[in-house]
Design a binder for this molecule. Structure first.
Ligand code: UDP
Length: 157
């Protein structure tokens, strides 16, 4: 059966990706979305948001005591963010590989950060770093009604 892969565990995995304010301001949104589409992942949620400090406090809960946290808050509220939920087999791990190392100098060429960023404090894109964190982040950023479970037009003709 053509779509039997749907039953393999992990196929329905989802992750949160956000184009950070520098990515939006530098007109990189389309190029970033393109990389996920060409890989074959399925876009199930998408919105532009001016993020609040309250949301960021929950999103970056493990970073509150870091010296860079105040500047991270200023950066993440400096303009809109484009938040997305992508779905597919091992999407969390694959997305982290696609996004590249947190530190831009360590990010491999070909990754989003390796291609578009030169500093850790302006690293263009966020991606959840585990399936547990992805579930938490998706429920923080999106209402259930904003996630749409669609099928391909050639699914069952
Ligand atoms: N960050 C920063 N300076 C640092 C480390 C991190 O400004 O020295 C920012 C950066 O935007 C990074 C975010 O904090 O993406 C979250 O850090 P984390 O270690 O969770 O990295 P990520 O999961 O984004 O790769």
């Amino acid at each position: 059966k053509l779509n039997s892969y749907i039953d393999i565990p992990g196929v329905k995995e989802r992750t949160l990706v956000a184009v950070k304010p520098d990515g939006v301001q530098r007109r990189l949104v389309g190029q970033i979305i393109k990389r996920f589409e060409q890989r074959g992942f399925r876009l199930v949620g998408l919105k532009m948001v001016q993020v609040s400090e309250e949301l960021l406090d929950q999103h970056y809960v493990s970073l509150h005591k870091k010296p860079f946290y105040p500047s991270l808050l200023r950066y993440m509220t400096s303009g809109p963010v484009v938040a997305m939920v992508w779905e597919g087999h091992n999407v969390v791990k694959s997305t982290r590989m696609l996004v590249g190392d947190t530190n831009s100098a360590e990010a491999m060429p070909g990754t989003l950060r390796g291609d578009f960023s030169i500093h850790v404090s302006r690293n263009v894109v966020h991606a959840s770093d585990s399936t547990e964190v992805a579930q938490k982040e998706i429920s923080l950023w999106f209402q259930c009604s904003e996630l749409i479970d669609w099928e391909c037009c050639d699914h069952e003709l």
